[in-house]
Design a protein around this ligand. Sequence first.
Ligand code: ADP
Ligand code: MG
Length: 286
Amino acid sequence: SIPLGFFAGIGTASKNGILVKGSNYLEALNDVRTVVFDKTGTLTQGSFTVTAIHAVDHQPEHLLALAALAEQHSTHPIAQSIIAANQAPLNQTLSAVTEVAGHGVSATLDGQSLKVGKASWLKEQGLTPLTPTEVGTAVHIAYGTDYLGYLVISDQLKKDAATAIAQLKKVGIRQTMMLTGDNDAIAKQVSQSLGIDHYQSELLPQDKVATLASLTDNRAQNGKVAFVGDGINDTPVLARADVGVAMGGLGSDAAIEAADIVLMSDEPTKLATAIDIARFTRKIVW
Ligand code: ADP
Ligand code: MG
């Protein structure tokens, strides 16, 4: 049977906008010593703006329109920012559209391949993307064998992200880590400015799962491991953690489904609140 105190704990959590899917997760939260965060949409707002356009041969407006055409088929926050920035939607139809998780969108336009995504992905197809000088996440565009240029998009840290990391230290979390598919320069900048202990960049969704697996394999060192994410591209990572925590507002339905705990307000500081509630609940239960 479930001790009565757990219901009180789940109720207190719920009043704080923290949805706990079972008393066992509140209990597990007590033993978490390592907290791993996704970056985009979790520590950052996940609402990007297009801050630069570098077109090789075309008008910048046309490059943006072409990128938006492909990104209509993606739910990624990057895609939304490109669609929002585009003033002149193209009246063309794509076929064979596929979103390649952690890479970008690929489609066929007038019999040629249109690719919109990260530099390393285009390099794999034999293209030679430019190296942007602007700070931000670059989205490169290629059509057929031609490299057309890139867009730079920028995100912002959530207001409470640094506080969230500091509070975790106070409630006894031994180490924090950030995992991201984004480039190393951004990952370094974000994790340093937030005071995160470790980071890994340029990861694919399956790489994030592998990192989680190696962390949970070493309990003696890491304790139980929580993963906090918005779930876009990383539902399998949520499922692999001892405690999977999803952002409730930004998160996809699949993420909310896969998570053990949902932070309804999307504020990372709510994790320390949840740990506090878990500690208090354990005290009154035992
Ligand atoms: P994070 O790990 O920070 O949450 P993701 O794994 O969602 O980031 O994406 C990693 C990278 O893959 C992005 O920074 C971007 O370069 C690229 N990418 C993913 N989806 C798209 C898309 N729809 N359009 C363009 N680029 C994309
Ligand atoms: Mg993400």
